[in-house]
Design a protein around this ligand. Structure first.
Ligand code: UDP
Ligand code: MG
Length: 340
């Protein structure tokens, strides 16, 4: 096992945004949407955790995803008090996955941690992820062993979904894994090179490959505030995950077609046999109605599936920017090109 050097692999020409020395730089990307109730506590715990690590510089990249409450103001305050804080405010609410992509794009670290703002993922676990990274892992993803404070329904659907996706998709996507993870710079770059609009970070990172290791933890209840994922959003995320990582639904269409043909043939055979071998007369109407309903149903299902893919293709070819930035605070001037 080749140990990762503790010193930074930061690219030549990039000035160190925090302090001097040759420590590795860790970026922590935190998407925030209406998190005024918890954001200061999150910041306090992140800083307290990261300051215990020797030979490590860090920056905290808070992405304000169009919050309607005081979150952005609080973030400005945090930034004013601590030069390691960066704030990226999007022009409106673009959603969790897009906020993550925006934060990753601005993160300068040799490794980047993704963590939710609500303290459901304990910041202290980052230490273990860092340890894995230093021992050569390219991705250390948090894998939940237990979920507190979530409804039984959500737990059940989440488990069912991850198992389904894993079965359908051609790449193994780790079970019970959210966005909480540490990624090496090369994984982040690969992730950013994926231009797709309908994003599903956990599966996209799994797709990248390299050395990925789980770090087990207990998912806590939200520290404060409410979940921003309505059932509708969860469903959308699940559909995005399935449609962008598998062709299974398209195949389902084919199978449904075969099934319909098979049933129709069986029906014909049944009628012929009864006609030729017995005196019973088959009521034609019933059979006809059933056949028509069945075929009609199958065709609508197939059309719906095609429509889902078509809609996504349309979404992709529009080539709109993924998000727009309205404010940027605390980023080093000589950062990456201002390409948003
Ligand atoms: N979030 C976001 N944009 C959104 C919805 C959520 O940036 O449109 C953030 C939110 O602030 C939190 C994280 O994404 O940091 C996860 O959201 P939440 O905790 O509400 O989801 P849950 O844990 O309930 O699935
Ligand atoms: Mg949460």
């Amino acid at each position: 096992m080749d140990a990762r050097p503790i010193t930074s692999a930061r690219r030549v020409g990039e000035s160190s945004p925090v302090g001097e020395g040759s420590s590795a730089l860790l970026s922590v990307v935190v998407p925030c949407f209406d998190e005024e109730a918890v954001i200061r506590e999150t910041h306090r715990r992140l800083v307290a955790t990261l300051e215990t690590v020797p030979d490590l510089d860090f920056e905290l990249v808070y992405v304000d995803d169009g919050s309607r409450d005081a979150t952005l103001n609080l973030l400005r305050g945090l930034q004013g008090a601590d030069a390691r804080v960066r704030v990226l405010a999007l022009s409106r609410n673009f959603g969790h996955e897009v906020a993550i992509a925006a934060g990753l794009k601005r993160a300068a670290g040799d490794a980047v941690v993704l963590i939710d703002a609500d303290l459901q993922d304990p910041p202290e676990i980052i230490l273990e992820m860092l340890e894995r990274w230093r021992q050569g892992a390219d991705v250390a993803y948090g894998q939940r062993t237990e979920r507190d404070g979530e409804t039984r329904f959500k737990r059940w659907t989440a488990t069912a979904f991850y198992r389904l996706l894993n079965r359908l998709a051609e790449i193994p996507i780790p079970l019970d894994t959210g966005v909480f993870r540490l990624m090496d710079r090369k994984v982040v770059d690969a992730f950013l090179a994926m231009p797709e609009r309908d994003r599903f970070a956990r599966a996209m990172v799994a797709w990248v490959g390299f050395r990925q290791e789980p770090v087990h933890y207990q998912r806590a209840a939200r520290a404060a505030g409410e979940t921003k994922y309505a059932l509708r959003n969860l469903l959308r995320l699940a559909i995005d995950g399935i449609l962008s990582f598998t062709f299974a639904p398209l195949r389902l269409a084919t199978w449904l077609g075969f099934l319909a043909c098979g049933l129709a043939l069986a029906g014909v055979a049944y009628v012929l046999v009864i006609r030729l071998c017995t005196d019973i007369s088959v009521s034609g109407w019933t059979l006809l109605l059933v056949a028509i309903l069945f075929l009609g149903g199958v065709q609508l299902v197939v059309l719906g599936i095609l429509g889902e893919y078509l809609g996504r293709i349309y979404h992709e070819v529009k080539r709109r920017p993924l998000y727009l930035v309205k404010e940027r605070l605390g980023f080093p001037a000589s950062g990456r090109p201002a390409d948003e």
